[in-house]
Design a protein around this ligand. Structure first.
Ligand code: B12
Ligand code: SF4
Length: 228
């Protein structure tokens, strides 16, 4: 059983009340970036997703395993209130937290990774903003969390960037354990456990892996995982 593992430290930019509110709700990995750090194509796709031109400070909203107990509480409250759980509880939870967080920030606009199509290119934004780097298995890998990170949203319209130079995360160098063979195996498989094995193959961030129920829900969307 992996549910007894501790949560990783939240990553919140200093003095950022909006980010701190999201972290308290389990959206615990907040990465400020300057829209100017993005390549032209990515920025254009972000503008399409936001329905407006974007510039200045933006915030990438991601989560580690820390989100899971918050989601379980929200689901349990919903069941107590209405007697059932409506579809897409995770997306609804994220949407509610984003709306609440930006309510007091005129000009701020949030676009969730599940909004679409067209989708906001979250993986390209994560890579080009320096949050993480793309692995040979096409997952974004974070320096601390490894592949155990979900990309939830981008918030734009947060004023002047004032962030200096873009941080350069070290890209994946070849490692002995390699996710590439696991990825090749998963591509030909219809079993979600083979996709989970792609994440498990990475030596980075193993301490922060998702709990068993969280993994099952993320890969299968099976609502029964929320009741375990
Ligand atoms: C649509 C989608 C899917 C679709 C279609 C993917 C496709 N090839 O067309 C399906 C349902 C198959 C899918 C599956 C998975 N996905 Co997906 N997916 C997305 C989503 C919502 C949109 C992608 C998109 O079209 N972006 C817009 C285009 C323009 O940008 P792009 O960078 O060129 O996008 C390409 C890649 O992102 C790629 N892609 C999407 N998901 C995955 C997963 C893997 C492993 C690979 C290799 C590529 C890939 O497909 C896109 C189009 O070619 C993104 C979130 C987002 N908004 O980006 C998540 C996202 C990329 N998926 C993610 C994950 C984890 C997965 C799964 C591994 C697990 C899961 N949730 O089921 C599986 C992979 C297993 C499998 N059987 O393929 C994560 C990646 C996290 C990370 N650390 O990098 C994201 C960011 C969602 C999240 N909340 O974190 N996904
Ligand atoms: S297994 Fe190795 S190559 Fe794959 S993401 Fe992890 S560090 Fe990178």
């Amino acid at each position: 059983m992996t549910d007894a593992l501790p949560d990783p430290p939240a990553s919140v930019p200093e003095g950022d009340a909006l980010a701190a509110a999201l972290a308290r709700a389990g959206l615990d990995q907040l990465w400020p970036f300057d829209v100017a750090w993005l390549g032209g194509e990515t920025r254009a796709a972000l503008e399409v997703a936001c329905g407006t031109t974007v510039a200045g400070r933006a915030l990438l909203v991601a989560n580690s395993r820390a989100l899971w107990p918050h989601l379980l509480r929200a689901v349990s409250d919903e069941r107590a209130r209405t007697g059932s759980v409506a579809p897409h509880p995770l997306q609804r939870y994220v949407d509610a937290q984003l709306s609440r967080a930006i309510a007091a920030r005129p000009g701020a606009r949030a676009v969730a990774s599940h909004d679409g199509p067209p989708y906001v290119p979250m993986q390209r934004i994560a890579a080009e903003s320096g949050f993480g780097w793309p692995s040979p298995a096409h997952l974004i890998v974070h320096a601390t969390l490894g592949p155990w990170v979900a990309l939830r949203a981008v918030i734009v319209g947060l004023g002047e960037a004032q962030l200096g130079a873009r941080p350069e995360p070290a890209p994946c160098t070849h490692c002995d354990e390699g996710c590439a063979p696991a990825f090749e195996a998963a591509r030909g498989s219809g079993d979600w456990r083979d996709w989970l094995a792609v994440r498990e193959a990475c030596p980075l961030g193993r301490t922060w892996r998702y709990s068993d129920a969280q993994s099952r829900y993320h890969y299968t969307k099976d609502l029964r995982a929320l009741a375990e």
